[in-house]
Design a protein around this ligand. Sequence first.
Ligand code: BG6
Length: 302
Amino acid sequence: MVRAFEVAELNQRFEIPGIAKIVTGQGELTKVMVTSPHAQGEIYLHGAHVTSWKPAGNEDVLFVSDKSQWTDSRPIRGGVPICFPWFSNKQDDANAPLHGFARITTWQLESIVQNDDAVTVSLLIESDDATKKWWPADFRLNYRVTFGSSLVLEMEVSNTGTNAIRFEEALHTYYRVGNVEMVRLEGLAGVQYLDKVDEKRQKTQAGTIAIVSETDRVYLNTDATVNLKDPTLHREIKVTKENSMTTVIWNPWIQKAKAMADFGDEEWPQMVCIETCNVADSAVDLAPGQQHRMRALVSLSK
Ligand code: BG6
């Protein structure tokens, strides 16, 4: 829990009056609120979860569950959790936290910068005794989020040690949709994917994606832009990416939604995850002193 004086201290260092302010959010967790002429946004220091992005004149582009547990031991259910340094289960350790430790770590706020039409919030985590308990690597992970008429999410991993490191990473973005069964995802036709609801069988995407049952797919070797067409909310979300060679598409559907304590039974039609990532065979190898930057750029049109 962050005490009021800690929030006050952060504001002394980082507040931009009328533009960016640090406040106590849900579950007494600390968040940065951004309000600019072009967008409103929110990011928690817990997990560096972005939980809101509203380009001016629009409803939220992101989905956050009403049942999310707002506590520092659990990831926030929705927005943009960061998966790092592994995705899903850690292969050699069944007790390790799912999707890595980044989304349940309190991040350090590094800067808040206003440029003409956007505000960039920068946070970081670095290896320490706690991270080495799970992963014996020396690293720094810088995360820059730019809230403007577009949302730009940029993860930069540096190998600060003397040994090579290998990691997976994902910007596990939950998009809010009017009715997932009506949504179409364009851009991945012809791409091979691992179907996690069918024993990871490798398949080829035929045409656009329609979500008609539990969907959990890792699209392989693709840097394609994905367009989410939402006829119910009359909008289109475009997700463009850099230095990312896999894309995960996920919707839990009925049974899995019921099985998740931090997700409403009836919420599955309201979201779909399009995850910009490097997972499985696209895990990243970094030599000592090297850096790797992965970027997702999200834009909205009507
Ligand atoms: C997706 C995975 O990225 O995240 C799914 O492909 C998983 O298999 C989902 O169920 C949610 O994971 P979690 O740990 O946030 O419940």
